[in-house]
Design a protein around this ligand. Sequence first.
Ligand SMILES: CC(C)(COP(=O)(O)OP(=O)(O)OC[C@H]1O[C@@H](n2cnc3c(N)ncnc32)[C@H](O)[C@@H]1OP(=O)(O)O)[C@@H](O)C(=O)NCCC(=O)NCCS
Length: 167
Amino acid sequence: MDCRHIQFCVHESAFAETQDSFRQQHLPQLQALFEEMAFWARGRRLDDWTVALIHSKPIVTVWDQERLIGFARATSDGVYRATIWDVVIHSDYQGAGLGRKLVETVLMHPHVNRVERVYLMTTHQQPFYERIGFEVNSSTTMVLFNRPMVQESLRVADLAQSAVAEP
Ligand SMILES: CC(C)(COP(=O)(O)OP(=O)(O)OC[C@H]1O[C@@H](n2cnc3c(N)ncnc32)[C@H](O)[C@@H]1OP(=O)(O)O)[C@@H](O)C(=O)NCCC(=O)NCCS
């Protein structure tokens, strides 16, 4: 596949873009790409996507003319830890090196490239990430399937109050 016309776009200011042009023009395409290609992201609402994008940096999109064909994003503290999320290349374009370039573009971004450890979670694509330099790491992974009930039972307001009252 000749991919010379494929363009990678690094979104530096996710907040501004999600507020106007990105939100209006591209978010429906993003939602459709993930409905089709990403089993973990089916049913995501546009409003929730907006919130996720606002809190992500960098965001990288991949384009064939006006068609969104790839996406990845990261969250990072800039120094110690970063996590890469939602890596997708549309199946029409897979196997041509675009996924590697997509992840490498995230890794090269200044908000990620000096971070001590970069994490990601993947169900089936370990071999792909190993080609890029990631290693399987079973020793540090835990997950909380968060629910509002759990937050209520923590009584966050009470805890905050007692923390202030302590000497
Ligand atoms: C995973 C995904 C992003 C890979 O994108 P891609 O453009 O096909 O990958 P590339 O062509 O850049 O492949 C890079 C390298 O990884 C290898 N590779 C890619 N997918 C692979 C797989 N499933 N198993 C083994 N190797 C794989 C390629 O052979 C290539 O190797 P090379 O460096 O020796 O040439 C793409 O298949 C995808 O979007 N899948 C559906 C969504 C998904 O599962 N995303 C990951 C969620 S964590």
